[in-house]
Design a protein around this ligand. Structure first.
Ligand SMILES: C=CC1=C(C)c2cc3[nH]c(cc4nc(cc5[nH]c(cc1n2)c(C)c5CCC(=O)O)C(CCC(=O)O)=C4C)c(C)c3C=C
Ligand SMILES: [Fe+2]
Length: 387
């Protein structure tokens, strides 16, 4: 086997408070995060939403020490993975490719090109697949691959998602058991899975398998845990006015308190590192909601970070992927999405699907323009510098 590389894909996070604005701009510029009918509207709208959100988001990052720990943790995971692979007899260079902050995916690709990597495993650090996370990174990689002829010589394979991996399930179960054992009556505590949400339309219209993978994953973790505790799944971190997957975490916690739950063990499920949504949203915001609602013991299960059982699970995934038939980037969407044929771009007269799509797009553009005017007091053309 030639020189082996592992590309770890992750979201990235602002390292300093000054990074928050540009990080949010990068995030909202991604069509997999905000889906707009007109690509030319993406950047002005990203700029607009990022500018409005920066201050509040900075306040949250300030509360967790002034920046995201994601780069530091991902680098530690990469180093631990390299060591574990070495212990299994597999030498490999590890590369970290973040989607919205440093080290960007493009930087990782430049480095693995320089190092002459011949065989590559692409491993997203998201256990479950979503169009908005792994899907977005895969789309970016497809584009990079098409534009860089040097990449054609690399024999690569993708791991689309890995929420069923036994070592991962065992590591999650061990962390939950450890937290349950800290409450006075461990069997009475309620296990509360809080997954990062996505807009409902991702699942219902775009065919994102995320909800199904999250549901199956919670079921498998409970099976692995093998304890009598009741459990609930809810979705956190909603952004914007549209409906996201329900129930929302902030509603589900008081509902459980009303039903008499006193001990709550919260399990962040869609991400493997500590980040703003565990350290701020769960540890501060949801804890306050829970305590006000009458929960006596609110405990949060730590993220996997560099848990040795988890790192061994990642190493096993890499070793297995190197042996298995390769999966190409172009295959992932076919495997993962219940593809709904998007209505044709070509205009057709009459009451056709195409006409409905274009009517919808025009109405949406008008609505966005109206909202911008209502909020800023300026029209869209004014904001774009046209007037
Ligand atoms: C599996 C995990 C994640 C999904 C699914 C996801 C979807 C998603 N996120 C946003 C908007 C934001 N996400 C933000 C931060 C953020 N998101 C994830 C993970 C998932 N996002 C992580 C790990 C982080 C934090 C990184 C860190 O700095 O620690 C943010 C910025 C923070 C804030 O201002 O609240 C936004 C905004 C959308 C719209 C979306 C699905 C469409
Ligand atoms: Fe997010």
């Amino acid at each position: 086997m030639g020189r082996v590389g592992v590309l770890l894909l992750n979201l990235g996070g602002p390292e300093k408070l000054e990074d928050v604005g540009p990080f949010l701009y990068n995030l909202f510029s991604d069509p997999e995060i905000i889906r707009l009918p007109f690509p030319w509207l993406q950047k002005p709208l990203a700029w607009f939403i990022a500018s409005r959100r920066t201050k509040k988001s900075q306040e949250n990052y300030r509360k967790i020490g002034g920046g995201s720990p994601l780069r530091r943790i991902t680098e530690a995971q990469g180093a631990a993975l390299k060591e574990q692979l070495h212990a299994l007899g597999q030498e490999a260079n590890i590369y970290i490719g973040m989607r919205y902050w440093h080290p960007y995916t493009e930087e990782a690709i430049a480095r693995l090109n320089q190092d002459g990597i011949e065989k590559l495993v692409i491993l997203p650090l998201y256990p479950q697949f979503s169009i908005s996370t792994s899907g977005s990174s895969f789309r970016l990689l497809e584009k990079i691959w098409q534009e860089d002829p040097r990449l054609q010589r690399i024999e690569y394979t993708v791991i689309p998602s890995w929420y069923k991996q036994p070592g991962y399930l065992q590591a999650m179960a061990a962390l939950i058991a450890q937290e349950l054992d800290q409450v006075p009556n461990p069997d009475e505590a309620h296990v509360f899975f809080s997954a990062h949400g996505v807009p409902k339309s991702y699942v219902e219209e775009a065919g994102d398998p995320y909800q199904q993978e999250i549901e199956e994953c919670t079921y498998l973790i409970m099976q692995t845990l093998n304890r009598p505790n009741a459990h609930t799944l809810a979705y956190q971190s909603r952004v914007g006015p549209v409906e996201w997957l329900q129930p929302y975490t902030e509603d589900a916690i008081p509902e459980l308190a009303e039903k008499g739950v006193k001990d709550l063990v919260v399990v962040p499920i869609s991400f493997v590192s500590e980040h703003i949504e565990t350290l701020e949203e769960i540890d501060l915001e949801y804890r306050e909601i829970a305590e006000e609602a009458g929960i006596h013991n609110f405990r949060r299960v730590p993220a996997l970070n560099t848990h040795p059982v988890f790192i061994k699970a990642l190493a096993d995934l890499v070793v297995d992927a190197l042996k298995a038939p390769s999966i190409k980037l172009s295959q992932v969407y076919q495997m993962k999405k219940k593809v709904k044929i998007y209505p044709p771009e070509r205009w057709e007269w009459g009451i056709t699907t195409s006409a409905e799509v274009w009517n919808g797009r025009i109405a949406m553009l008008g609505f966005i323009g109206l909202m911008i005017e209502l909020i800023t007091g300026h029209g869209l053309l004014h904001m774009l510098g046209i007037l």
